[in-house]
Design a protein around this ligand. Sequence first.
Ligand SMILES: [Zn+2]
Length: 418
Amino acid sequence: MNQKDLFETALGIQEPWHVDQIRLDDNNKILEIYVDFERGARFTCPECGAGDCTAYDTKETTWRHLNFFEYETHLHARHPRVKCEHATGEDGDKADSAPGGCGIHRVEVPWARPESGFTFLFEAMVMSMAPHMPVNAIADQVGEHDTRLWRILQHHVNQARENADYSTVESIGIDETSSRKRHSYISVFMDLDERRVVFADSDRDSAVVERFAKDLEDHGGDREAIKRVCMDMSPAYRKGVDEHLDNAKITYDKFHLMKNLNEAVDEVRRSEQKQRDGLKRTRYLWLRNQEDLDEEDAQRVNSLADAYPKTGRAYRLKEAFRELWRQPADRAEWYLEAWCSWALRSRLEPVKTFAKSVKTHWDGVVSWFQSQVDNGILEGINSLIQAAKAKARGYSNDEYLITMTYLIGGKLEFELPT
Ligand SMILES: [Zn+2]
């Protein structure tokens, strides 16, 4: 096997193509591979599939390929267009050599997709690295502009999403996440059974639920088949679900409920700190679960709770609310009623506000005892989103975060050599 044969095998180059020349630039560590075809070679028309077209004209084209060892590798070829004489349409046989015919088209090369400046293998490498490291770091490593790499990711994610099948989706988790500090948010819809992201959108108003429902139906799903939705108490999502997912029963996510209550506890602590010093830098003590504290911290939180009665009361209410999830289903509503009346008598405004919102969202809070959809799954979403954010770090573009969210969380099937 000579050197050219070796590269033909490595690159998967087949008739009518062959490796014509290989140039190694040792100073700049660049490997140039020139691929060519013989005069009179036949190509397949990309439009009608006729296999006997000859080159009409060509364009010198370069594709970036995977490095061979430390050599940055480029593939060069004259990329032909064919003038296809075959007629398209049902009476194609009769009109076989009709003037004009099918037209002039750029052929597809076996090593790259149309309009990509990269070979399939290079794209496959970028796709396999992207879930594991930030895109700007990949760009540095391969010496390409990051926007070109994002274009690769977006292409393959969009293509794989087109083929995705959502016909079995019945349970949905909705969550929002900030894509940049306080500036913008994306909404993420997750299939709770398959644990995959099925929809992400740069909006979080009620219309986003309608867009999700349409997208679901574009992928073989059915909005009427959605039986369970797990989400936070955001009125926008609730309105969207009420209007567009007729058969869905809402469960408010435990994780978000606890987060809201923790915020109330912290508000009480901060206002008590203003009146009396001594609660600074104790936030973590109050927000941790009591059983997760070590002995020293547990003693400290107990003595602080006695010394600072408002924060102590808020803390004990929070710990008691956590007990709700351990109640048997037939006692849950009784327990929550008792908790709410305690909270409403607590004279702690932030906690009272929380208890009132529990009362207005009652069905969705207690429906957990039937649906059992819980924060474990939504925390799974959050860790995916955090991972996606890390890979899209440094970009202010929601589309990039959405692409990365699908890439990491979508369980999509990509059409690329592996
Ligand atoms: Zn054709």
